[in-house]
Ligand binder design. Structure first.
Ligand code: FAD
Length: 214
C-alpha cells in the first residue's frame, strides 16, 4: 500500500487528507505530521486551563464565503453546517464591513473544529511534535527526516506549510524548479525563492513531491 505523508495539520493539510481518503478509499496509508502540539495551524483554538468550555480562536475567527466560493464549495459548506461545525454569523462584529452578497459563518466549537473534522474523516495517522527538517529523494520515494526521530520513507509527500517554512527545509525540495499552484502563476516574475514580485504576499502553497506515475 502506498504511504503518503502530509506535512501540516492546518486547514490545507487536513482537507487534503480527507479528500485523498475519499478519492483513494483504503488504497493508501495517510500520515500527517505537524510540528506543533495540536491541530489547526493558523486556525488554532486555545482553551482555558480552568474551563475547557472557554475557548479563544487565535487565528481565523470567522469564515466568509463570496457568492463564487459559496457555489463551487457548496458541498463543503453543507457538510460543515450539517455537522454543526459552522453556523451562520448573525451577530454584528465591531469594525466588520458587511456586504449583502457575502455569507459569514462562525464555529461554535472553535475554528480548529473544522480542521479536526477533516482529520477525523481522513482516518489518517496524525502525529504532533513532528517537525520536518530534511527531505531527500530516494529511488521512487522520499526520505523524510524530523527533529529528534528516525528518518522515514514515503511514496509521496505533500507540503502544506507557508512558503518561508518550505524554504527552510534541507535536501532536495528547494534545489530545483517545481510547478507550484499559486505564486508563479498569479504573478509572473515571482518565484518560490524570490516572492518579492508577488503582490499576493504572504502566500501559502501546496507542494506535492511524487513521481509522475504515483
Ligand atoms: C490572525 C489571523 C486571522 C485570520 N482570519 C481569518 C478569517 O477571519 N477568515 C479566514 O477564512 N481566514 C483567516 N485567516 C487565514 C487562515 O487562518 C489561513 O488561510 C489558513 O488557516 C491557512 O491554513 P493552512 O493549512 O494553509 O496553513 P497553516 O494553518 O499555516 O498550516 C501549516 C501547518 O504546518 C505546520 N508546519 C510548518 N512547518 C512545519 C514543519 N517543518 N514540520 C511539520 N509541520 C510544520 C504548522 O505547525 C501548521 O500547523 C487568518 C489568519 C491569521 C493568522
Amino acid at each position: 500500500m502506498s504511504r503518503v505523508l502530509i506535512v501540516g495539520a492546518g486547514l490545507t493539510g487536513s482537507l487534503c487528507a480527507c479528500l485523498l481518503r475519499r478519492e483513494m478509499q483504503n488504497k493508501v496509508k495517510i500520515v500527517v505530521w505537524d510540528k506543533s502540539r495540536g491541530a489547526g495551524g493558523r486556525m488554532s483554538t486555545s482553551r482555558s486551563p480552568s474551563n475547557a468550555a472557554c475557548t479563544a480562536d487565535l487565528g481565523a475567527q470567522y469564515i466568509t464565503a463570496t457568492p463564487f466560493y459559496a457555489q463551487i464549495h457548496q458541498s463543503f459548506y453543507e457538510e460543515l453546517l450539517s455537522h454543526g461545525i459552522l453556523k451562520p454569523l448573525v451577530a454584528p462584529v465591531e469594525g466588520m464591513i458587511k456586504k449583502d452578497d457575502l455569507r459569514d459563518f462562525v464555529t461554535p466549537k472553535g475554528v480548529s473544529s473544522i480542521v479536526k473534522h477533516y482529520l477525523r474523516e481522513s482516518g489518517a495517522e496524525v502525529l504532533f511534535e513532528h517537525c520536518v527538517t530534511h527531505i531527500h529523494q530516494k529511488g521512487a520515494g522520499w526520505e523524510v527526516r524530523r527533529t529528534g526521530g528516525a528518518a522515514e520513507e514515503f511514496d509521496a509527500v505533500v507540503l502544506t506549510m507557508p512558503v518561508p517554512q518550505i524554504l527552510q527545509l534541507q535536501g532536495d525540495v528547494c534545489s530545483r524548479e517545481y510547478s507550484l499552484r499559486t505564486p508563479p502563476k498569479c504573478c509572473p516574475g515571482s518565484s518560490l525563492r524570490d516572492p518579492a514580485h508577488c503582490r499576493h504576499r504572504p502566500y501559502s502553497c501546496t507542494l506535492l513531491l511524487a513521481h509522475s506515475d504515483f
